[in-house]
Write a protein that binds this ligand. Sequence first.
Ligand SMILES: Nc1ncnc2c1ncn2[C@@H]1O[C@H](COP(=O)(O)OP(=O)(O)O)[C@@H](O)[C@H]1O
Ligand SMILES: [Mg+2]
Length: 403
Amino acid sequence: MDNLTPKTPKLLIVDDQPHNLGILFDFLTRSGFKIFVALDGESALQRTEVTEPDLIILDVMMPGIDGFETCKRLKQNPSTQDIPIIFMTALSDTVDKVQGFKLGAVDYITKPIHQEEVLSRIQTHIKLYHLQNQLQTKTEELAHLNQNLEEIVQARTQQLIEQEKTALIGRLTQGIVHNLRNRIQLILSYKCLATGEMTEEAVSPETTFAYLEKMAEVTWDMSQILDNLMHKSKMDHSLQLTSLNVNDILKKELDFWQANLQFKHKVKKKYVLDEHIPLIPLVYTDISQILDNLIGNALDAMWDKEEQTLTIITRQDEDNLYIDVQDTGCGIPPENLSKVFDPFYTTKPLKGEEKQRNQPTGTGLGIYTCMQILKGFGGDIKVTSELNKGSIFTVRIPKQNNG
Ligand SMILES: Nc1ncnc2c1ncn2[C@@H]1O[C@H](COP(=O)(O)OP(=O)(O)O)[C@@H](O)[C@H]1O
Ligand SMILES: [Mg+2]
């Protein structure tokens, strides 16, 4: 036997004629099968349950329940329905072979038995049966693997989304702390100046008044920042459509980036802003998030470069506003240009897997998220890049909101 049927195959032969049974029993035992026999349909059903044969040879003409009926009942029972059945008929029988096939039989043999032929039919069908079983097992294994894979992907996706959110919140918090701490420091110094604590000299009422005014200014500024933040934290897009000046959003965003040491100390900044761009109905957080992602990517691309220049341009044509975010970073090889828009495409290590100190980490959701946001109102992002020279990401925002 071959490796498809590793154990001795079991056959159940069902025939009411002991003589015929004897012949089959002898030659099939000699051919390497383990043989079980039954003399009628009823006992065939019982024997099948107990012996679990690999194949059944079933006489059609039998007293009591005949071969067809026996076959029907075997096919109705889930534990026996897959076992291949070969019908056996005498040459003189006038049975309807088609009916047998319809009932699920795989083959017919005729008595008197032609041994070689019977043997090869039996072998073929057992082989098929085992192949089918293997296929079934493999399919189930695959389905199981697939299920596992789906679960893993889902869990990983969730993890990455969480990481991206955490990163955003982290940058936001950094920005808030930086912006407020500086101003609080300023207020404290004005207070010293206003009261003369610093100089230990008498302070004129005018000077005191001037410093109080300055303090009020800074306080006003702080409340502006907080308002802006409230704006930032409201994520309900549909409710937040207001006429906005993209330059203003950009300036606030850049102010936030001052909290970042690389941005503040290493990066040369060039801003060329078209001061005539019109107000456009937009969601504040949409635009600030897009800018935040692109500026973040530009800094990441330049993090280990000596020369770091960030250029941001706002411009317009008849129908659109454009924001170019240009860096002098690592650039993107041409074959990867379109991949940057794919969710989860990242060339950065995941958080916790950095190889070098301060190495930027990524999730690959930044640009994808920007695109999703922009799609909402008919905008998009285009990129041009030169390896080891730098990249330009251009955001297009339609003047007519198509959202
Ligand atoms: N300014 C850029 N310069 C070079 N490569 C960039 C730039 N922006 C994005 N990329 C490439 O696109 C990838 C995807 O960016 P993004 O979607 O923001 O995800 P992440 O920043 O988390 O990796 C980055 O990992 C990087 O390979
Ligand atoms: Mg990014």
